[in-house]
Design a protein around this ligand. Structure first.
Ligand code: NAD
Ligand code: GLY
Length: 370
């Protein structure tokens, strides 16, 4: 394998252009790491779990390009996507005397990637960073597109910045060690691309879901590549989410409310998105945009992927409160990504009573949220 034989997806925004490399064995491929921003110092941002698995391989891969490679490890998990963790990165950068050329390498899933990216966006007003995603979710979504953030107790990803990476390196080998629950969580974001952009891809996922769950390398490579192609196209058109990019949040208004409402980490992000997509599809059906069969088809696939399709019981007022803390909300009005027709999504404001009717239909304890 050479980096040239890796599949490459280009991302181009008004201010940045970078490649996503997708292949097995990237850590051992010198050309994959060549041509990144030059700097004597590099810092690997990771967590103890991922560092134990891949920290040494990454350090070896980049030590040819940086004289001083250090590591900072953040506590593992969504519950730690906080100011305190972010400050650990700043403490390390300052203690190491890192300058504004220092390159940060985000090694891990979306939690590490979002925090390392936010640190890179803000340290000395911005330093370069490289995404080395090791979860399926991060390879198909969070490592691409430059959204970086931490959570606030009142709302998910509420504090952050746009900062594009210099490169994204998706080594498919890393997916071999991913716990099954995390693989399923990543599949939620893969499935998402079907209803919002490409129903032929959705058909393909339906056929190849068992291969994906069995970690068939060719199936995973195709899923990561197609997901990245769709995300790159959307981000290229609307980097700062002034319109189109919001479609990537299909299922996320419900999902973020579930994550915040249950306590960060109780539901995995991908699990909340999987369930959220079923609710958002049903909301689309309630508005007369898609047939009920479409909702059932999506729910079947989400369930087959090992993801929950029933929402946790929360009081209606709590749902509305949590969904109101959403970056798509405008002048206090909650807005949802709906499916206008399978393969095409749009942002809509929907009356609260319609939303609550849909939630009640899909809630774990029947009637509890009604
Ligand atoms: P995560 O980062 O918490 O990783 C999941 C778990 O898997 C962690 O315990 C991690 O240590 C472990 N892990 C990671 N790689 C591993 C490997 N190869 N082998 C074994 N264990 C491994 O979760 P995630 O699902 O990757 O990311 C979720 C986060 O991504 C959320 O915070 C979400 O908000 C964010 N996100 C951001 C964007 C964006 O555009 N920036 C998009 C989607 C999601
Ligand atoms: N995952 C949503 C986005 O990148 O815009």
């Amino acid at each position: 394998m050479t980096a040239a034989s890796a599949c490459t997806v280009a991302v181009a925004t008004p201010d940045a252009r970078y490649d996503i490399l997708i292949a097995a064995g990237l850590f051992a491929e010198p050309s994959a790491w060549a041509g990144l921003p030059a700097s004597a110092q590099a810092v690997i941002v990771s967590n103890p779990t991922v560092n134990a698995l891949y920290g040494d391989a990454l350090a070896a891969a980049i030590s040819r390009h940086h004289q001083n490679v250090s590591r900072v490890l953040l506590p593992d998990g969504e519950a730690h996507k906080t100011w305190d963790s972010l400050n650990l990165v700043f403490d390390h950068l300052l203690a190491q005397g890192c300058d504004r050329k220092t390159v940060l390498y985000a090694l891990g899933g979306g939690v590490v990637g979002d925090m390392a990216g936010f640190a890179a966006a803000t340290y000395m007003r911005g330093v370069p960073f490289v995404q080395v995603p090791t979860t399926l979710l991060a390879q198909v979504d969070s490592s691409v597109g430059g959204k970086t953030a931490i959570n606030h107790p009142l709302g998910k990803n509420m504090i952050g910045a746009f900062h594009q990476p210099a490169r994204v390196l998706c080594d498919l080998d890393t997916l071999d060690t991913l716990p099954p629950r995390e693989l399923s969580a990543g599949l939620a974001e893969v499935i998402k691309y079907g209803p919002i952009a490409d129903m032929a891809f959705f058909d393909w996922i339906e056929v190849h879901l068992d291969a994906l769950l069995a970690r068939d390398r060719a199936a995973l490579a195709r899923a990561v590549r197609r997901s990245c192609e769709i995300k790159a196209a959307v981000v290229g058109e609307d980097e700062r989410e002034s319109g189109l990019r919001a479609i990537l949040n299909f299922g996320h208004t419900f999902g973020h409310a579930i994550e915040a409402g249950q306590g960060y980490g109780a539901w995995l992000h991908g699990e909340a998105v999987g369930c959220g997509m079923v609710l958002a599809a049903d909301l689309s059906a309630e508005l007369g945009l898609v047939p009920a069969e479409f909702v059932q088809r999506l729910a079947r696939l989400v369930q087959r992927a090992g993801l929950p399709v029933r929402a946790p019981a929360m009081a209606p007022a709590r749902w509305l409160e949590l969904m109101g803390v959403d970056k798509k909300a405008e002048a206090g009005a909650i807005r949802f990504i709906v499916i206008e027709s399978p393969g095409r999504a749009a942002l809509r404001q929907v009356p609260d009573e319609t939303v609550l009717r849909v939630i009640a239909r899909h809630t774990e304890t029947a009637g509890a949220a009604a």
